[in-house]
Design a protein around this ligand. Structure first.
Ligand SMILES: [Zn+2]
Ligand SMILES: [Zn+2]
Ligand SMILES: [Zn+2]
Ligand SMILES: [Zn+2]
Length: 486
């Protein structure tokens, strides 16, 4: 009924607040705009012409069907189709500056509701997905607040006085009478209780602002006109004037996120290095501990008479470091045995007195060479050996004798014709090849009968007791000394 009265009062003044006011009301931003929404409330106006209603203009990005406007008469945790208190369908479109907007109208405001806040949000369901516009926040009182000092000021005041009376009459939200003094609170870097960055408060009502730090920021303080008013992130204060609260933030201490890189692998002989680098450029290094050595036993060596030895050593097979030194074992020194000397004879060499070691081949042994034979005629007086070269090796087979070897360095050889009663029948080739001169104890005829003699390339002298009549290679000896005939 009261609404009817209001209509009559306002009917006299033909007042149409057109959408020329459009964008001006968007000065106070709204929350819940994560991305550029598909639907966007581009503006709204209040009409006081026939009845009081709010007109919304929605940029629908070309969509025309099934768009509705959701309304909320109190602030919500989330403004969704489920939490909406009411909704209205599109009334048609209107073209403003060549762009088409869908028009919606909220008509449920009665006189007592002038300080009620209306939250509105366009909505469309398509392909099973809910699409929402930004959420708008508005009230008649807000409209009137913005008209202060304009031509409509008096009208608005009268309207608000009327609204306040209605509230008193119906005991409706009398703590926030439309006729009371209101102040706009705006917030930067945070939000009011309902999540919006603006709100109209009756004088001395408590407003609460909450800072909203972005990532990498920490809240520092609330300021008004550059002056700090609170260091609490959530700050409540009585509203005594229009106020713009600005939350100030500091860059939060950067938390380094280091990536590890091994710059040098550790070995058993050198520590390694690992570097930690953050994308910000900060870096530090860490030492990588030495790896353990790889133990390997190096066999020791026993000491000898003359050389020191050592016990087993433990070394690292990778870097060569000696991990456990061997102990030196001193040289033992020779264990000496003394030997008596022996005189040389023409049959055997002798030696001087000498010493030797029982452990090694150390010796001071020194041979005394054989003495020369003392031939008297064909036989040595000392040893009884017949006169022919020492070092000849004989082999007796059947009734003949063969020279099979000669151990001697001289190029001359005295060769017997008969050895121990056996006639010499053969001389081994290597014996013949090792000498250049042979003094044969037989005749030329006997020599030609010896196997292998024909191949001898050196000189052969044949034996003759007396001077032969013809010239040739003949020899004789007196007590072991050779003479040539001729
Ligand atoms: Zn960093
Ligand atoms: Zn090592
Ligand atoms: Zn020794
Ligand atoms: Zn002798």
């Amino acid at each position: 009924m009261k609404m009817q009265t209001a209509k009559r009062i306002l009917a006299g003044v033909v007042l149409v607040l057109s959408f020329f006011l459009l964008m001006s009301f968007c000065a106070y931003g709204v929350i819940a705009e994560e991305e550029e929404p598909f639907l966007k409330i581009a503006g709204r106006s209040l009409s006081l012409k026939d009845s009081v209603y709010i007109t919304y203009y929605v940029d629908t990005n070309g969509a025309k069907e099934d768009i509705s406007m959701l309304y909320y008469t109190s602030s919500k945790e989330a403004y969704t189709v489920e939490t909406a208190d009411s909704r209205s369908e599109c009334l048609g479109t209107v073209s403003i500056e060549g762009k088409e907007y869908a028009v919606f109208r909220y008509t449920k405001l009665t006189a007592k509701q002038m300080t009620d806040t209306v939250y509105a949000r366009a909505y469309i369901r398509g392909n099973g997905t809910d699409y929402y516009s930004n959420t708008d926040k508005y009230s008649i009182a807000m409209y009137a607040y913005n008209k202060r000092g304009t031509e409509e000021d008096a009208l608005c005041r009268a309207m608000l006085a009327y609204g306040g009376e209605a509230q008193l009459r119906f005991s409706y939200r009398t703590e926030d009478l439309a006729s009371a003094v209101h102040h706009m609170v705006t917030v930067e870097g945070g939000a009011l209780e309902d999540g919006f960055s603006y709100g109209l408060y009756v004088e001395n009502a408590m407003a609460t602002v909450r800072a909203e730090a972005k990532e990498g920021e920490i809240f520092s303080c609330w300021t008004v006109n550059g002056i700090s008013v609170s260091q609490d992130e959530t700050y409540s204060f009585p509203v005594t004037e229009a106020v713009n609260l600005v939350a100030s933030f500091q860059a939060a201490a950067h938390e380094h996120a280091y990536i590890e890189t091994v710059e040098r692998e550790a070995t058993c002989s050198q520590t390694g290095q690992k570097r930690y680098t953050c994308a910000c450029g900060d870096s530090y290094t860490e030492e990588l501990p030495l790896l353990p050595h790889t133990e390997s036993v190096e066999e020791g060596k026993e000491a000898t008479c003359t050389e020191a030895g050592w016990t087993n050593k433990v070394v690292c097979s990778v870097c060569g470091t000696i991990l456990q030194e061997g102990t030196e074992l001193p040289a033992k020194g020779h264990e000496i045995v003394n030997h008596a000397g022996q005189d040389a004879s023409c049959a055997e060499a002798g030696w001087k007195p000498y010493e030797s070691c029982t452990r090694c081949d150390y010796t001071t042994y020194e041979e005394i060479p054989k003495l020369p034979h003392a031939y008297s005629g064909d036989v040595c007086l000392s040893c009884g050996k017949e006169f022919y070269s020492d070092g000849l090796e004989f082999s007796i087979s059947g009734d003949s004798c063969v020279v099979v070897g000669y151990i001697g360095t001289e190029g001359e050889l005295v060769l017997p014709a008969v050895y121990e009663g056996y006639p010499l029948t053969s001389v081994a080739q290597e014996v013949l090849q090792s000498v250049h001169t042979i003094f044969y104890r037989g005749s030329e005829g006997e020599w030609s009968g010896i196997e292998g003699a024909a191949s001898f390339e050196g000189t052969v002298y044949f034996y003759a007791e007396t001077q032969p009549s013809e010239a040739g290679n003949y020899w004789y000896h007196i007590d072991g000394t050779i003479y040539l005939w001729g």
